[in-house]
Design a protein around this ligand. Structure first.
Ligand code: ZN
Length: 99
């Protein structure tokens, strides 16, 4: 759910040939060893490494959201507009169904 909200700027930091080393500690990932994926394309050697990355990302995301909210309230307005549109559609559909 939250993954869809991730900003894309971070992806430039991803290594082209992932699956070679742990994204956090850079330890080589053996093919016969468990690899812990995160966000679909970021490999980690262990659950601990992955968890650490998740926590770092969440901290960054929180800061980013707070900064974005301070800069502008556009995101909030957009969410509200979407909700209103959705309920209008629902009402419209209901009317059509009755008619
Ligand atoms: Zn690691």
């Amino acid at each position: 759910m939250n993954a869809a909200l991730y900003y894309t700027g971070c992806e430039e930091n991803y290594q082209p040939h992932f699956l070679d080393t742990c994204s956090l500690c850079q330890r080589t990932l053996a093919h016969n060893h468990d690899i812990f994926m995160y966000r679909g394309d970021t490999p980690f050697c262990s659950q601990e490494c992955r968890q650490e990355q998740i926590e770092m990302d969440e901290a960054i995301e929180r800061k980013w959201k707070i900064a974005a909210a301070k800069r502008s309230s556009r995101t909030k307005t957009e969410t509200q507009t979407t909700k209103e549109t959705d309920s209008n559609k629902a009402v419209l559909n209901g009317t059509v169904a009755v008619a």
